[in-house]
Design a protein around this ligand. Sequence first.
Ligand SMILES: Cc1cc2nc3c(=O)[nH]c(=O)nc-3n(C[C@H](O)[C@H](O)[C@H](O)COP(=O)(O)OP(=O)(O)OC[C@H]3O[C@@H](n4cnc5c(N)ncnc54)[C@H](O)[C@@H]3O)c2cc1C
Length: 207
Amino acid sequence: MLAAGGWNSKIAKEAGIEVPLVTYGTRALAIIGRTRLNKYSISDYRYGYYTRPMGNLLDPIAFIAGDGNVKTSDLNEVKRLTNKSYSDWLIGVMRKRDPSMMVSAIAGHSLVEMAYDYEPVIGKVPNTNNLYLIGGFDGYGAKLGPGLAFELARIIMGLNPTIDISCYDINRFENYEGQRDVDPHWEPVMLYLPAPNGASPCFYKNK
Ligand SMILES: Cc1cc2nc3c(=O)[nH]c(=O)nc-3n(C[C@H](O)[C@H](O)[C@H](O)COP(=O)(O)OP(=O)(O)OC[C@H]3O[C@@H](n4cnc5c(N)ncnc54)[C@H](O)[C@@H]3O)c2cc1C
């Protein structure tokens, strides 16, 4: 089972296997502040950031904010770029919307990944004897990950999935001739627009 998140494609490559995934970095901050931004999930495409509520008792005084992604597969580079100038920039653009006092409390960063068509991927890796993959969760794995892990477990046990998994099935890349790269700033979960590679019709069907 290959389920190593942003490390999937590197591990596969070391084994001489290509998986349809591109690794990149992502970062987010927990912000302390009583602002108009606390209450909503916002994708601000004018200034290039998003916010979302914490979803707990801290909501009146804190929220999460980030700027999408960093195009590198080097974790140290993502860490280096999640620095004070990043939080100064992020707070600066948010204050264009609400000039209230905001302070960066906790910074998070890691590697994540996207599939060539921006949808998650599950299933048996073609041309391998017994290797299963689950990945491509971008910045929304906390939402789709558990459900797709459940479906993959059923597949491995020889049971039928409980949903139509064709949108996520790795076999959709069997005759794939599109781009083998992604624009990590394109967030399918936030932007209801056609993916740059235009390959997956699933997004429109399901979301
Ligand atoms: C800062 C930040 C904020 C985010 N915010 C949100 C959010 O608000 N909502 C949301 O839905 N998602 C969010 N995400 C994205 C979410 O975390 C990912 O989509 C999700 O974790 C992907 O799940 P995964 O199981 O595929 O990979 P991961 O959660 O990355 O798990 C992979 C695991 O494999 C391990 N591993 C790697 N290599 C090896 C190896 N060689 N051997 C053994 N183990 C290995 C790693 O250590 C890791 O524990 C955020 C991500 C980041 C970085």
